[in-house]
Design a protein around this ligand. Structure first.
Ligand code: ADP
Ligand code: MG
Length: 295
């Protein structure tokens, strides 16, 4: 499809109300491990972020890295397992998590910079950005009862200190944050990136939290990709999670959206990161894509 000059101008004008609405506002984007695997997509996501910054919005990236961490653990011959979507993380696994996330963090930072943005790569240890303690783990048994399970260095966020983020944002940078928390004794904690994105969005008073993943949105029937729930009210989330329709990595996503909205973030979105320019469609147009969580 070739657009005429007038059509192109029309598209730009259509974006004006959205640019006005989010001018000077913070938008936290969680870039999911599974949506990060394809180079063309990765480039499209980063281009969207650079565009947002140049029209006066303040994107903040929080990235995951699950598939890359799993790949590296496999190369090293190390077993890995998940409980409720969280990776059980012993000391050796934690070392791999920090190494892989560190490399990914710089790769994303470099890509944004190459595309004309100004990005700075950080993790939760920088300037005490994300403080954490050990997360108590529970596993639900078939009979519905719960037993304790040691998740190792899986962290729970205790505090977010957003000062550094606010100052780099004001200076024109796009912060790129790896989801590693700083423990009370200086140890690193592996924290689900959705959770970190939600907490950071809350601490920054963000207007939007966008979670990019590898499904169409939240599905009311996990086996049917046409069953996307387009709008979800925060009060309906506990019932949805309890219904058993949500599993694995979708659990922390829903929980963090609920917490972020309760913490003052105006909108949270779970979008299909496999769709080219999903962020542009969400931020600059009327297209209703994925799942939107509202108060
Ligand atoms: P990410 O790397 O984006 O965090 P995850 O694998 O952690 O990806 O979480 C997304 C996954 O959650 C989906 O690929 C899907 O398999 C799973 N999932 C479980 N229940 C649902 C549901 N009801 N709707 C959509 N996805 C779901
Ligand atoms: Mg996940």
């Amino acid at each position: 499809m070739v657009l005429t000059a007038q059509e192109k101008a029309g598209i730009l004008v259509e974006a004006l109300p959205y640019i006005k609405k989010f001018y000077g506002k913070i938008i936290v984007v969680k870039y999911g491990g599974h949506a990060m695997l394809n180079c063309e997509l990765k480039r499209a996501v980063m281009t969207d972020l650079v565009l947002m910054k140049y029209v006066g919005m303040h994107p903040v990236v929080v990235h995951g890295g699950g598939p890359d961490i799993s790949k590296m653990l496999k190369r090293l011959g190390k077993e890995t397992s998940f409980v409720n979507g969280l990776r059980v993380t012993d000391a050796e696994t934690m070392e791999v998590v920090e190494m892989v996330l560190g490399r990914l963090n710089k790769e994303i930072t470099a890509l944004i910079n190459r595309l004309g943005g100004r990005a700075v790569g950080l993790c939760g240890k920088d300037a005490n950005l994300v403080m954490a303690t050990k997360k108590p783990g529970k596993v639900r048994l078939a009979d519905g009862s719960e037993v304790e399970q040691d998740l190792g260095f899986v962290g729970r966020v205790t505090q977010v200190n957003p000062d550094l983020l606010l100052s780099v944002i004001q200076q024109g940078y796009i912060p790129v944050v790896a989801p590693i928390g700083l423990g009370p004794d200086g140890e690193g904690y592996n924290i689900n990136a959705d959770t970190v994105a939600g907490k950071i969005a809350e601490a920054l008073g963000a207007d939007k939290l966008i979670i990019l993943t590898d499904v169409e949105g939240i599905l009311s029937d996990p086996a049917d990709k046409n069953s996307v729930i387009s709008v979800l009210r925060v009060d309906d989330i506990p019932e949805l999670v309890a219904s058993g329709k949500i599993s694995g990595g979708m659990i922390p996503k829903l929980e963090c959206c609920a917490a972020a909205i309760k913490g003052g973030v105006k909108q949270a979105h779970i979008l299909d990161g496999r769709v080219l320019h999903a962020i542009l469609l969400e931020v600059f147009t009327d297209e209703g894509i994925g799942t939107m969580v509202l108060p």
